[in-house]
Design a protein around this ligand. Structure first.
Ligand code: ZN
Length: 275
C-alpha cells in the first residue's frame, strides 16, 4: 500500500523560501478575487473533510542558507489565511460542500477492488465540476501570490461556477489511507533529477485522508504516475447527469514532501512551506 520513494534523497530541489516581506505580501490580497480586503481562515482541505483536529506536523524550515525539518503543532486542522470572507463563504462554499460529500462518500461506501486487485473503483455521484473547483480553490489557497497573479485562468475558473478549464497541468488523484504519517502539503516547486534519475518533478501535492492529488507540469517515472488517476476531465467538462466512476489507487503520498527528501523519516503529516 505504502509507496516508498526512498531514492528521493539524491534529488536537488529548486525551492524559493519566502522572506517575511513576501509572507506578508502573500496574505495581503485574496488569492481568488485579488481584492485587498480582510482575509478569513480557510481550511485545506475543508474542515468537514476530516481536517478538524489538532496534530503534530513536520515542516520545512530555514536556518540561514540551510533547510531543515521541524515539528510544529497545528490546532483545529490545517488552514491558511489567504481567502476573503466573500470568496470563502459565498463563492467557494458550494464547491467545498460538494467536495466534503465526495470524500465522505469515499469513507462511508465500501469500495470495490478493480480487476487488477490494486485499485478501487469509486462511484462519483457528486458534481465533478464543483469537486474540480474545490481542488483548484485549495491549490490557489496554498500557493504564493505571484503564482496566483500569474494564473488568471485558474482564478476565473473558481470565480465563475459555470466556467470550464483546459488545465495547464495534470491533476493526478489517489486514495490516502488513515494513518498517522499521511498528509502532505507541498506547494509548487521544481526537482532536478541529475543525481537521482527519474525523480524530476515540477508541481505540488495536497493529500489528506481519504483523498489526495498531485498537480504536475512534469513528473518523473520513479514516482509511478501510472498509479495515480488523471482527473483533468473533471475540470474541462460539464458534469454528467448520470453517476460516473473513477479508478483510484491507494498511496501514502504522490510525490513526497521536500521535508522527507531531506532525510526525515515520515512519521507524521508534512508541510513544505507556510504562508
Ligand atoms: Zn476574494
Amino acid at each position: 500500500m505504502a509507496d516508498s520513494l526512498g531514492g528521493l534523497s539524491g534529488v536537488m530541489h529548486l525551492v524559493h523560501t519566502p522572506d517575511d516581506a513576501e509572507k506578508k505580501a502573500n496574505t495581503s490580497k485574496c488569492h481568488i478575487c485579488l481584492r485587498s480586503t480582510g482575509l478569513s481562515r480557510e481550511h485545506v482541505p475543508p474542515k468537514s473533510a476530516y481536517n478538524n483536529y489538532n496534530g503534530l506536523w513536520e515542516h520545512l524550515a530555514t536556518q540561514g542558507n540551510k533547510l531543515s525539518s521541524r515539528s510544529m503543532r497545528i490546532r483545529g486542522g490545517f488552514h491558511v489565511k489567504t481567502l476573503c470572507a466573500d470568496c470563502n463563504n459565498r463563492v467557494c462554499a458550494p464547491y467545498a460542500s460538494e467536495y466534503v460529500e465526495f470524500v465522505r462518500h469515499l469513507v462511508e461506501t465500501p469500495l470495490l477492488l478493480d480487476q487488477s486487485g490494486e485499485a478501487r473503483v469509486v462511484s462519483v455521484r457528486q458534481n465533478t465540476l464543483f469537486i474540480a473547483k474545490e481542488i483548484m480553490t485549495m491549490i490557489l489557497a496554498i500557493e504564493d501570490l505571484p503564482f496566483v497573479e500569474l494564473h488568471d485562468e485558474l482564478r476565473h475558473f473558481v470565480l465563475h461556477p459555470d466556467a470550464v478549464l483546459t488545465m495547464p497541468f495534470d491533476i493526478l488523484a489517489f486514495l490516502v489511507p488513515k494513518s498517522p504519517e499521511t498528509g502532505t502539503i507541498a506547494p509548487f516547486h521544481g526537482r532536478v533529477d541529475s543525481f537521482a534519475s527519474g525523480f524530476g518533478f515540477t508541481g505540488g501535492e495536497i493529500s489528506w485522508y481519504p483523498f489526495g492529488f498531485v498537480y504536475a507540469a512534469a513528473i518523473g517515472p520513479r514516482y509511478r504516475p501510472e498509479k495515480m488517476t488523471n482527473v483533468n476531465a473533471w475540470f474541462s467538462q460539464r458534469p454528467s447527469r448520470t453517476p460516473g466512476s473513477v479508478r483510484l489507487f491507494c498511496r501514502v503520498t504522490g510525490v513526497e514532501s521536500m521535508s522527507c527528501a531531506l532525510g526525515a523519516k515520515r512519521k507524521r503529516p508534512q508541510i513544505d512551506r507556510l504562508l
